[in-house]
Every structure is written in structure tokens, then in C-alpha cells.
Design a protein around this ligand. Structure first.
Ligand code: BEZ
Length: 220
């Protein structure tokens, strides 16, 4: 994926939003922040996705995570569409800002353009891209989905919870991990370091190689 990707600094762009102008670095401040694009207002999957984000907003807020939507539509369109989203999602409230990028400058800089989708005027539209930005204002994780596939907000919560633990401890989260499950100690941590870093203890899986690299522990 060319352009902005994991580890890159978030460009400090000024964006127009439904909550007024926002400078991206000021908005992130010292929080994990999810910036997610959608192909277009008043389209079916996008309506379900932004409604789902609204329904999950409390969960993200409890995790200290900010949300910012984004598409190539203008603020007037977003504000009109929000009424549909809120009606569709049974009274949920779209409390997060949605940025407007009619000139496609931001979606290009944030690597969110879908090369296969154009609007009715032949203009580029965003894919269903999602960047999770860390408090250091760098990209920690990116999803890139085509217009045909709506995102799973449980997966977004799950990866945030993984990223937040990995930011606090020298750990990684294994396949299908969810909050509360055991995590694995990072491979760069020696046995001596592991004993010191994880006083709660850890269990090493016995593998045919006899290499003690799969070490499970529990962290919050
Ligand atoms: C949708 O949100 O349903 C959609 C938007 C653009 C292309 C295809 C589907």
C-alpha cells in the first residue's frame, strides 16, 4: 500500500468537519484516534458503518479513543446524512466529527483513495480505510477495505485493545485474541528480562524445537 502506512507520522492537516475546522495533531492530542473514511454519504453500507461507529462511541470513549470520520462529501451533505444515520440506528447519536474533503487532498495524503471506485462524475472516492493513530501521532495500524465490504466494529475495538496493551508492555496478542485472554511475551525479551518484566509469571509452550519462544502471560 503506497503512501501513509504503519509507523508513519500523521500529516498535520487542517480539515473542515461537522464540528468545525480541526487540525489533526490538535485533535489527536495525546489519545489513540481512529480516522476512518467511507466512499460516500447517502450510500447503504456507509450508513450502517457510521451508525455502528455511533453505537460503539461509548466503548471507544471508555478506551480513551477519539473518532474522526472522513469522505469527499461536503459538511452540508454530512449534516443532512447524519439525520438518516441516527434514524437508521434507532436513536444512536453521531457524536464524532465527520471531515469533508471535496478536493480529495486529505484522502490522498492519508492513503485512503480507492483506485477502483469513482463517483457519478468520475471523481475518485475513498475506500473504507481506517488508521489508528497513537498518542505519538504515528500510524499504529491500518485497514483497507473495498466499498463492497463493511467493517466489523468489534474487530476495531479488539485491535485497539491489543495496541493499547502492546504500548504498555513488551507483549503481542496471538491469533483470535480478545481482551481478557493471555498475551505472548515479545520475542526480543530474554528469559532474565521476562522474569523481571512479568513478576506475575508466564507459561512457556513445549514445542518440538525445544525453543522457548512461545511464552504466555496475563496483563491488563
Ligand atoms: C455503500 O455504502 O453501500 C457503497 C458505497 C459505494 C460503493 C458501493 C457501496
Amino acid at each position: 500500500m503506497p503512501g501513509l502506512t504503519i509507523g508513519d507520522p500523521l500529516p498535520n492537516l487542517e480539515v473542515e468537519t461537522t464540528h468545525g475546522p480541526i487540525k489533526l495533531h490538535d485533535y489527536v492530542a495525546d489519545s489513540f484516534t481512529i480516522i476512518f473514511s467511507h466512499p460516500g454519504d447517502f450510500t447503504p453500507v456507509c450508513t450502517t458503518e457510521l451508525g455502528a461507529m455511533a453505537a460503539y462511541a461509548d466503548k471507544f470513549s471508555k478506551l480513551g479513543v477519539k473518532l474522526l470520520g472522513l469522505s469527499a462529501d461536503d459538511v452540508e451533505s454530512h449534516n443532512a446524512w447524519i439525520k438518516d444515520i441516527e434514524a437508521y440506528c434507532n436513536g444512536c447519536k453521531v457524536t464524532y466529527p465527520i471531515a469533508a474533503d471535496p478536493h480529495r487532498k486529505i484522502i490522498k495524503e492519508l492513503n485512503m483513495v480507492d483506485p477502483d471506485e469513482k463517483d457519478s462524475s468520475g471523481n475518485q472516492v475513498p475506500s473504507r480505510a481506517l488508521h489508528i493513530i497513537g498518542p505519538d501521532k504515528r500510524v499504529k495500524l491500518s485497514f483497507l477495505y473495498p466499498a463492497s465490504t463493511g467493517r466489523n466494529m468489534d474487530e476495531v475495538v479488539r485491535v485497539v485493545e491489543s495496541l493499547q496493551r502492546a504500548a504498555k508492555h513488551k507483549i503481542a496478542t496471538p491469533a483470535n485474541w480478545k481482551a481478557g485472554d493471555a498475551v505472548v511475551i515479545s520475542p526480543g525479551v530474554s528469559t532474565e528480562q521476562a522474569k523481571e518484566m512479568f513478576p506475575q509469571g508466564y507459561k512457556t509452550a513445549h514445542l518440538p524445537s525445544n525453543k522457548p519462544y512461545l511464552r504466555f502471560t496475563n496483563v491488563d
